[in-house]
Write a protein of this length. Structure first.
Length: 405
């Protein structure tokens, strides 16, 4: 029985923004990092146009530095075109942290205040399942000369300063606290170094400037800084060519609660939801590591003695590079004796997102022979993808560019 959730796959990372292998060439003519699509029977390249009705093809990428020393091919001996079930395009998208603001609060003298933050990420889930992992950050406001407590006369900016100092002193590095303007601020009026829009991140010096301004301002004219919590991504570790602490999802989810002292004032606002990066070099290398058990390093990727990795895993992707991915899934059928077998396979073609020549060529070659089989073209999907590694790809709003063929 075939299982689509546990398919054998191969990863073909390209480099150099090269065109596909020229029509009629063979695999030994590939350049390092160059991709080609070849007829499974003749071994000759198709360029960017596979004729309709072609029964079997093979993708191959050249391996080497300067000159070709080897090739890596798509999963299986070949791809039977009639067995292709799915084709998708996943552009690289940058990750972004979660941001939550604690604001609209008043402050009193000699009062304890507390904020509890629950953290959820892949590492915490791996260590302790879905049991809650949270931390409480507690601060106590100073005494005031003109107040005995309960009168709300302490400048709320002081409370912001206290929480920022307390949270940023935590060595767990799960969250960063920063001051943000509660309302628009004008440098000439409020004494700050620059103008600030509401919600803009402020410097510590400018928060102190607000305290100076408020000492002589009427209560109605006083201005404040709230504090914003920004989740921090998990660290990436590598040992002996293998990321032993690999987590595909690096961002952390924050659940913030006001637990002490705020009374009827104060509120939490989610300013930005986390986005998990897709197509980082680390993620592509992890796929290569997984796939190396079927071709390359063999089934024994870890030493039985040390539990660590061997050095015979040949990564073609680069950690600091970001990749767009074409993922083709297919069934390979064969006969042996009196039975027919069907194996579930897939191939990931990983292309640096800046390599638009290669990216568009791959989209074109798939469209050349799959458009007549009911698949949507991915040419427009690939063309719409950003080449900026810092861009969070927009949400899908059109079937034409949803990345699904």
């Amino acid at each position: 029985m075939s299982n689509r959730n546990n398919d054998v796959f191969q990863v073909l990372p390209t480099r150099g923004n090269q065109a596909l292998a020229t029509t009629g060439s063979t695999v030994d003519a590939l350049l390092p990092g160059q991709l080609g699509v070849f007829d499974a029977n003749t071994g000759l390249a198709y360029g960017t146009a596979v004729p309709a009705g072609t029964k079997a093809i093979t993708f191959a990428v050249g391996i080497g530095n300067g000159s070709l020393v080897d090739i890596r091919t798509s999963a299986g001996q070949f791809i039977q075109t009639k067995g292709i079930t799915d084709l998708t395009f996943q552009p690289h998208t940058a990750g972004q942290p979660m941001k939550v603001t604690v604001g609209s609060f008043k402050a009193e003298c000699d009062t304890e205040y507390g904020v509890r933050v629950e953290f959820r990420n892949a590492k915490i889930n791996r260590i302790q399942g879905y049991n809650q992992f949270s931390k409480a950050y507690m601060v106590t406001t100073p005494c005031c000369d003109d107040c005995t407590g309960g009168c709300g006369s302490l400048d709320a900016n002081v409370l912001t300063q206290l929480f920022i100092a307390s949270i940023n002193a935590d060595d767990s590095n799960l969250v960063l606290a920063q001051a943000v303007a509660r309302q628009a601020l004008v440098a000439a009026t409020h004494g700050t170094s620059v103008d600030y829009a509401a919600g803009a991140v402020m410097t510590a010096a400018d928060v102190a400037a607000l305290i100076v301004f408020n000492k002589t301002a009427l209560e109605a004219n006083q201005v404040f800084a709230d504090f914003q919590l920004v989740s921090q991504p998990l660290a990436i570790g590598t040992y002996c060519s293998i990321n032993l602490h690999y987590h595909k999802l690096l961002e952390t989810v924050l659940i913030v609660s006001l637990i002490e002292g705020f009374g009827c004032s104060g509120a939490t606002t989610i300013n930005q939801y986390p986005v998990f990066e897709e197509g980082s070099g680390i993620n592509i290398q992890q796929k290569e590591y997984h796939a190396s058990g079927w071709a390359g390093s063999g089934p024994y990727k870890l030493s039985q003695v040390t539990g660590m990795g061997y050095e015979n895993i040949n990564y073609l992707s680069v950690k600091g590079t970001t990749y767009d991915q074409f993922i083709v899934q297919y069934n390979q059928t064969s006969e042996s004796g009196w039975q027919e077998y069907s194996n579930v396979l897939s191939t990931v073609i990983a292309i640096p997102e800046a390599d638009t020549v290669t990216r568009q060529a791959v989209a074109t070659v798939f469209n050349s022979f799959l458009s007549g089989l009911g698949f949507d073209s991915l040419i427009d999907d690939a063309a719409a993808a950003s080449t900026n590694a810092a861009v969070v790809e927009p949400e899908v709003t059109s079937v034409a560019t949803d990345g699904i063929a």
